[in-house]
Ligand binder design. Sequence first.
Ligand code: K1U
Ligand code: ZN
Length: 167
Amino acid sequence: MTIRKILHFPDSRLRLKAEPVAEVNQEIKDLIADMFETMYADDGVGLAATQIDVQKQVIVMDLVGNGEGKRCFINLEIFEKEGSQTCEEGCLSFPGIYAKVERAEKVRARFLDENGVQQEIEAHELLAVCLQHELDHLNGKVFIDHVSPTKRQRLIERLLKVKKEIL
Ligand code: K1U
Ligand code: ZN
């Protein structure tokens, strides 16, 4: 297993669209293992393959954060959205930056699990937020795209300041 480098905004590769996975083979299983390793190393609860410069529709998540809630979503497709909720979001591609984002409260989605088996899920609250946030990454979208242009500019300035401090 390898800890991969996470791309940070404004890297243009965060805007690339991921391709569907044709077969859940050993290469995909190795990618999933690396993604979990990378996510835990950066104290995240989710990670999309786009964030490590792999344009494949693979998402990993662990909302418990200790390995007990490990989940993997391949070729995720949200087919129903209901209600709305506003949640303070973070993103491993925006270290130190948080913003309130409005998203659907409930989503229903289909995906392949790590064994290539088709699954369906109904998600609420943080799981619904995370699924929408990570699916955005696979479509080249980031969470600050959901806030007003003024707020977005302020967040970008703050991010550049944070990055200068940590580098
Ligand atoms: O996509 C990512 O960069 C991962 C991201 C997932 C996420 C968490 C919370 C809301 C939306 C998306 C993170 O893991 S951010 C870091 C984190 O651990 C966290 C931040 C806010 C609330 C809960 C957890
Ligand atoms: Zn993110």
